[in-house]
Ligand binder design. Structure first.
Ligand SMILES: [Zn+2]
Length: 273
């Protein structure tokens, strides 16, 4: 298991700056052979370390690309911020723009308070969450969906159609497909890890939220783990597709984010497939 200490860092992105706060211990599971039988297993909170409730600006903060330890910054003309919510072995992400929030993936069931804390860190409440995007149907990404939708009463959930049947939600889940837009974010169809897997591209900020289409690996990136992927030919084709897009930062479901040269790293990976 790989453990990452809490930290936050800033990523320089063109005109603006994005902040990604990284909270709590994090282990790699879905893309790692250390992750157990499958990536849908839900780790018991009682057997894992509890993520700290506050990290931004702490003495353990590591800052990349900026001399400030502030976790708050803006990206692009609209002024947006991406927040990482690290939960045991998986991460969810929150985008805040103009006091409205989008949550990408919901983590394991039972860890709703981690997402609640993430919303508080970026200064919004559950009523400000307009959209919830699920990258795919694995339990470590959608386990928290019922609780999230119960609290985010104004939110619409979105996912790729082939994966929706496996998702539990108190309200219908909206189908998204390659080329769709949610809250100004591009949906990238990336099947293979699961049939309905999607990634989310924030073009203005140069940030790709990769779900499990890519795995963070020692500061770099690797493709999905064959053990947990339904169709590796499709998964590899999706990596090639992602290599053709333009972004610098990659926010992954498992592992540390890539903070620079993202699309270049994915292009190098795709050349090896
Ligand atoms: Zn997965």
């Amino acid at each position: 298991m790989e453990l990452f200490s809490r930290r936050s860092f800033l990523v320089k992105l063109g005109k603006g700056t994005a902040a990604v706060a990284v909270l709590g211990p994090m282990t790699v599971a879905c893309g790692s052979d250390t992750g157990g039988a499958d990536d849908t297993a839900v780790a018991s909170p009682s057997t894992t370390s509890t993520p700290p409730t506050s990290a931004v600006g702490s003495t353990s903060t590591a800052v990349v690309g900026s001399s400030t330890t502030s976790g708050s910054a803006s990206v692009g003309s609209g002024g947006s911020r991406w927040e990482r919510v690290a939960m045991t072995n998986v991460s969810a992400y929150i985008l805040v723009r103009d006091s409205k929030a989008v949550i990408v993936d919901t983590g394991h069931a039972g860890l709703i308070e981690d997402i609640d804390a993430g919303l508080q860190r970026v200064g919004v409440g559950w009523g400000d969450v307009g959209d919830v995007i699920l990258t795919h149907m694995h339990g470590d990404h959608i386990g928290g969906l019922p609780a999230v939708m119960d609290r985010a009463t104004a939110a619409t959930a979105h996912a790729g159609e082939p994966d929706i049947e496996a998702m539990r939600s108190p309200r219908p889940i909206s189908v998204v497909a390659d080329g769709d837009e949610v809250f100004g974010l591009d949906i990238i169809g990336t099947p293979g890890h699961t049939p309905g897997h999607v990634c989310v591209l924030d073009r203005s900020a140069g940030i790709l939220v990769a779900g499990d289409a890519l795995i963070g690996s020692d500061g770099g990136i690797s493709g999905p783990n064959p053990r947990f992927s339904s169709d590796m030919n499709e998964a590899n084709a999706s990596v090639v597709k992602l290599a053709g897009l333009d972004y610098s930062t990659i926010l992954v479901g498992h592992g540390d984010p890539v903070t620079s040269n993202g699309s270049t790293l994915v292009a190098e990976l795709s050349a090896t497939l």
